[in-house]
Design a protein around this ligand. Sequence first.
Ligand code: AP5
Length: 243
Amino acid sequence: MFFSIMQNPMIFKTFELIVFQASFLNLVFIGKQGVGKGTYAQRLKTEFGIPQISTGDLLREEIKSGSELGKKLEAIMNSGSLVPDEIVIKMFEKRIQQGDAEKGFILDGFPRTENQAKTLDSLMKKTRKKIDLVLNFIAPDKVLLERLTGRRQCRQCGTIYHIKNVRPKIDGICDKCSGQLYQRDDDKEEAIRKRWGLYEKQTKPVLSFYKKQKKIVEIDASKEVSEIYPNIIKTLKSKKIIG
Ligand code: AP5
């Protein structure tokens, strides 16, 4: 019975539409390190109840576990280098297949190489999903350096703060879970400049990849969070990704 109904092209189209609508808001956040991808993703996640998938956070979790792989990752990440594609892709594939990503996701820090972008594309096709929009955040280096050197993150829940711009109510303590705030080892100027260099070389081609697909919008991220976040929402509405 079901199969004979599905052979009707009109009904099949409607069914397909419902499936796509059920998995709404599949976003990619891209931009130079320190531009605020994690900050805006965490807010969007809270407002829309869809997960923020940060490959940086996944990798840091592995380090926290104390595994052999974690020890290798720690050395790579602290130096500001990129983690090899095969490791990141494997972790990402495992994470995106978890149930909470069914209704949508915000990819923060993935894809970061052309190879990762192609892998994501084929994964989307295989699971009959699509990336709705790629938001490319832009701000000058001087602003980014100040943001990264002042960044603090919660050891427990990963919430991001800044010593001047996004302060917790009590210094050094997370507002959400009372966890301790710490400074990331790769937020030192030498590692930051190395990460920016890799961004130019390896992540810029990802922008061209999505430009060809006409999926990119640029967001001016040089302003305050209180101005940028409403602008993200406005952009999503203007593209009819949210109502
Ligand atoms: P990851 O954790 O992804 O770090 P990143 O790419 O270096 O990006 P950041 O987290 O530094 O920047 P962000 O844009 O999220 O800024 P945030 O919101 O925190 O990756 C870490 C490492 O893991 C990589 O170097 C690599 O080794 C590895 N890795 C991860 N993914 C990988 C992949 N796909 N392939 C290979 N390797 C991978 O904001 C920064 C600060 O600014 C905060 O303090 C925040 O409070 C503040 N702030 C934000 N917005 C504003 C604003 N508008 N005004 C004032 N302050 C602001």
